[in-house]
Design a protein around this ligand. Sequence first.
Ligand code: C5P
Length: 226
Amino acid sequence: NRATDLAGRHVVISAGGTREPLDPVRFLGNRSSGRQGYALATTAAARGARVTLVAANSALADPEGVTVVRAGTALELREAVLMAAADADAVVMAAAVADFRPAVYAEGKIKKREGSGPAPIELVRNPDILAELSAERGREGQVVVGFAAETDQVLANGRAKLARKGCDLLVVNEVGAEKTFGSTDNEAIVLAADGTEVPVPHGPKEALADTVWDLVVDRLTGGTPG
Ligand code: C5P
C-alpha cells in the first residue's frame, strides 16, 4: 500500500549537482536540475517516510514535510549524506556528483595571462560516495540505490556500474542534449543486484520515483524501522 509502506522508515536522498569551485566566482558543474531527487523526496514523504534530502545547488523549492540539508561540493555532499545515512533504512544517490574537483582553489579570481596561453586546470578525484555507502552501510539491511546517466551502451554500462558500485539498485537512464537533465520526464531501466530488470516507460519523474520506492520496499527487511 503506497500510502503507508514507508511509514516509520528514514530515507536519505541526494539531489541536484555538485559545484567544484576554481576561485571565488567560478566552478565546474553540471546540468542536473534536482528534479528527480526532489520527486523521490516528495513521493517518499507521501508514502509515510521520514525524509532527509541532501540538495546540491538546486533552484527548486524545499518540498513540504522533508528535512533539507544543503551541500555545495562533492566533499560537502559526502559529509551530509554519510551523517544522515547513519540511521537510514534506504539511501538514494540521485545527485550528479562531480567525479573530479580542481586540485587547487585560488583565493583570488584567476586572471587572464597576457601573452601566454590559458592556464591548465589540474583536477583530482572526488571520493565515490555511492561505492563507499554500498561497501559500508550506515546500518544493517540498509538499501542503497544509485543512478547512472549514460549516453551510449546504456544497458551494458549500467550492469557494469551496478557491479562496480556494489549498490542494490541502479536506475539507468539515457541522457543526451534534450534528454532527462532539467526535464520533468524521465525514462529508465532499474537494474537490481539480484538480476531483476524493471523498465520504466517515459513519464513523470514522480512515476519513476514511485517505482524505485516499490523496489526499495521489496528489499527492506522486517527489522525495526528507523
Ligand atoms: O560513476 P557515475 O558518476 O556514473 O555514477 C553515478 C552514481 O554514483 C550516482 O548515483 C551518483 O550520485 C553516484 N556518485 C557518487 N560519488 C561520485 C560520483 C558519483 O556517489 N563521486
